[in-house]
Design a protein around this ligand. Structure first.
Ligand SMILES: Cc1cc2nc3c(=O)[nH]c(=O)nc-3n(C[C@H](O)[C@H](O)[C@H](O)COP(=O)(O)OP(=O)(O)OC[C@H]3O[C@@H](n4cnc5c(N)ncnc54)[C@H](O)[C@@H]3O)c2cc1C
Length: 478
């Protein structure tokens, strides 16, 4: 039977940076990363090659494999505003280690990205006066525009950068098992003992051949892809959780021309507000100037929309997510299930594809037809999307929040509510099963830790990477 000091479940940015920092600390601990997808150089998405989503087996190449969701991400690293005494973006890492430590950790982690080839240029720091004017305009509409610097890697560059990290950590003694899924955790008397693994193809085909690998420290770094699996593990092994939030919404696509000021001055405009009748928190997220809308496949064949942009290949559209945060309590408190049901219904309406609809059609109370989309002034960058009617699947409350928000942002950015703009759905962020952890990131099971997006601590590349660095420092001391 194999034995390690530390097993990390997942090979996303949080896991990669944990491994990197362990190497930097000259740790003598034996580390294994178990990743259900492929090595980063073997990850190819058929949509990227100009085709359609083939529901890759055993795992979706967009979400799985070394560097996780980071590999095909646009690679926007959200930093922080030194004038702010709060961290606005990327989750709640600061609630465990404090704001000042988080800022230091962001600086340190940003330097690792630079070391591995990130572009030294920072977006969002040159045009302070212009940004202030837009912020003031937004304030009048009860919307906050978050002003933080962004380092943009670009999708194709992210791939190369993470490959360099993968090679580096492997050359420095970290073992990685690719195409291998952690099927179960081995827990005895509330103490972690190891993991049960299986070849990913056998796992999806429901075969029984598994292998046990032992370690007295196991780190869950499963990302949003593993959120579903994590729910099962928490139920099975009594890992304590708190009910989280589910963010449900759409991907919005509009001409670069409309977004030109935000794109130029900030690269990404993060608008947040509680407008309209419900006062739910609505935010724009993951803005991609001259970008491309993409699809990704999750467990149970759920297809979700996302977006990214390259450093060199450009479209003439900007895309961004508009997400509404939903919390539930009594008698229903299963946000992941709620989100999954919406996604399942919407996928059914699109025959398994992402559904796209013109904003004007929503106002007119009709679906969008293929011919109308072909003649639309905003040309969809996700060619594989199915024209249809999102309002059949998105709840009234979510849809109303989104439409009210679009109208409010239109007063700040003229043209934001143009009827030819496109809404794609569903975009859902499944980081809602919040695992209860100590300030050392330990769960209610002794020796079992949780980092990154999967357990609900982070939301985004920079913070997920920071959580990995911090985890390494904690484990090195143990
Ligand atoms: C298209 C796209 C664009 C994005 N753009 C940005 C952006 O510009 N900026 C930004 O900040 N964020 C962006 N994100 C989000 C960002 O990628 C994530 O926040 C980040 O990758 C989270 O890191 P993580 O390590 O927590 O999890 P992940 O990156 O999700 O990695 C988790 C890994 O765990 C593996 N795994 C899960 N369960 C198991 C199991 N049971 N056994 C073995 N392996 C398992 C998965 O295969 C996956 O590789 C984007 C995401 C996508 C999909």
């Amino acid at each position: 039977m194999k034995n390690y000091d530390i097993i990390v479940v997942g090979g996303g940015p949080s896991a990669a940076f944990l491994a990197y920092e362990m190497v930097e600390l000259h740790s003598d601990k034996k580390i294994l990363l178990v990743e259900q997808g492929r090595s980063v150089d073997k990850r190819v998405c058929p949509i990227e090659k100009g085709g359609t989503c083939k529901h890759c087996k055993p795992m979706c190449n967009i979400t799985c494999g070394f560097s996780g969701a980071g590999a095909f991400s646009d690679g926007k690293l959200s930093l922080y505003n030194p004038e702010d005494d709060e961290i606005h973006v990327g989750g709640i890492l600061h609630e465990y280690i404090g704001v000042e430590e988080t800022k230091k950790l962001i600086d340190y982690t940003d330097n690792i990205y630079l070391k591995f080839g990130a572009d030294p240029h920072l977006e969002g720091i040159e045009y302070k006066d212009e940004v202030r004017k837009i912020c003031n305009k937004a304030k009048k509409e009860n919307i906050t525009l978050i002003d933080i610097p962004i380092r943009h890697l670009g999708t194709e560059k992210s791939h190369e950068l993470y490959l360099r990290i993968q090679k580096y950590i492997m050359e420095h003694g970290v073992d990685i098992m690719f195409d291998t899924t952690v099927r179960d955790l081995i827990v005895e008397n509330n103490i972690i003992k190891g993991v049960q693994v299986q070849n990913s193809m056998d796992y999806v085909n429901g075969k029984d051949n598994t292998e046990n690998i032992m370690a007295d420290k196991v780190v869950l770094a499963v990302g949003r892809k593993g959120a579903n699996w994590l729910v099962d593990m928490c139920e099975k092994h009594n890992i304590e959780t708190t009910t989280g939030t589910v963010d449900i919404g759409i991907r919005y696509e509009l001409p670069d021309d409309v977004m030109k000021d935000i794109n130029k001055y900030m690269y990404e405009g993060k608008f947040v507000g509680r407008v309209g009748r419900y006062k739910d928190k609505v935010r724009t997220f993951c803005q991609n100037p001259s970008g491309f809308v993409s699809a990704e496949v999750y467990d149970n064949n759920i297809t979700l929309v996302n977006g990214h942009s390259y450093k060199e290949k450009k479209s003439t559209n900007t895309n961004l997510a508009i997400l509404v945060s939903h919390n539930f309590n009594y008698p229903f408190n299963k946000p992941i299930e709620y989100g999954r049901n919406i996604a399942t219904n919407m996928n059914a309406l699109g025959a398994g594809k992402i559904v796209v609809q013109r904003l004007g059609d929503i106002y007119r109370g009709k679906r969008t037809w293929k011919e109308e989309l072909e003649n639309n002034s905003v040309v969809p960058t996700l060619k594989d999307a199915e024209p249809g009617d999102l309002t059949f699947a998105l709840g009234y409350r979510t849809m109303t929040n989104i439409l009210d928000f679009i109208q409010s942002v239109d007063k700040v950015v003229e043209g934001f509510a143009n009827p030819n703009n496109l809404l794609y759905g569903p975009e859902i962020k499944f980081y809602s099963n919040k695992v209860k952890i100590t300030n050392d990131f330990e769960t209610s099971i002794n020796g079992l830790y949780s980092i990154g997006d999967g357990g609900g601590m982070t939301r985004g590349l920079m913070m997920a990477s920071c959580s990995g660095v911090q985890m390494a420092r904690i484990l090195n001391e143990k």
